[in-house]
Design a protein around this ligand. Structure first.
Ligand SMILES: [Zn+2]
Length: 258
């Protein structure tokens, strides 16, 4: 039986010999990834872990947590809960929403069940950064709601987490009413530390709902609305989308616990 340490050493030697001819990929932390990728800074060979890393590393590193799910899944409520945890720990949090989302209030983040707090409403995250000026550097956490609406989400998150040690909390739709990608949310997925997918309750049967069914006749991808335009549905009821008129009106929400 080969000792585990010997076996690992043998693998590293083999990898070291092989990497001369083939590109090598290896899991990297946020700091090493950002140090290596944009500037093509060479990292120390994998088999020589005791060799000092030549790339200059940032003193601290950022983090990205994604909260995904259909409409009415409680994404904004979960975002607010996490914001409270950070603020209780003394971190400075900037709460951000798209200025396209004016369903409840222009500059307040409001959940479907009525929780609310003040926030920045902006068209792009670059504009927010410009608006904040030097204050950007004082913020520890950016909590961004309806992340699918920001056209520069990926660029902002990459710079904020990799280079500026910001913690990003993102809540957004992973798919539109056709279950297609929506904005840049899925582009951030490979950068995320954690991904939480929440479910709503199907408006028709009360089982877990993964999808947002548009019940208003409108083919555009971005149509901001609430229960007047969308209903959360399970896979079975989504599959009946083409015959949705035969489903009849949405019944009252099932009682909790049923
Ligand atoms: Zn259903």
């Amino acid at each position: 039986m080969i000792h585990a340490g010997r076996r690992l050493q043998a693998q590293l030697v083999s990898l070291s010999a092989w990497r001369g001819a083939q590109p090598v990929t290896a899991p990297l932390c946020c700091a090493h990834s950002s140090a290596a990728a944009p500037q093509d800074v060479p990292l120390a060979p994998l088999a020589e872990a005791d060799v000092p890393i030549r790339a200059e590393l940032p003193a601290a590193t950022g983090r990205i947590d994604l909260i995904l799910g259909p409409m009415f899944a409680g994404k904004t409520s979960e975002l607010l809960r996490r914001i409270q945890v950070h603020e209780a720990a003394g971190r400075r949090v900037a709460v951000v929403k798209s200025d396209k989302d004016d369903r409840y209030h222009r500059s307040r983040l409001v959940t479907h069940d009525g929780q609310a707090r003040e926030c920045f409403a902006t068209a792009t995250l670059a504009q927010l950064r410009e608006r904040l000026g030097a204050a950007y550097h004082d913020i520890d956490v950016f909590a961004i709601d309806e992340a699918q609406f920001f056209p520069d989400l990926l660029a902002f998150c990459t710079a904020a987490a990799d280079s500026h040690a910001k913690h990003l909390l993102l809540a957004g739709l992973d798919g539109d009413f056709r279950r297609q990608r929506f904005g840049q949310v899925l582009d951030v997925l490979p950068l995320a530390d954690t991904v939480t997918k929440l479910a709503a309750r199907c408006a028709y049967c009360g089982t877990p709902a993964l999808f947002s069914l548009r019940i208003a006749a409108d083919a555009r991808q971005e149509v901001v609305g609430g229960a007047d335009k969308y209903a959360p549905v399970c896979r079975r009821h989504y599959a009946a989308l083409e015959t949705r008129l035969r489903l009849g009106p949405i019944p009252p929400a099932p009682a909790a616990g049923t």
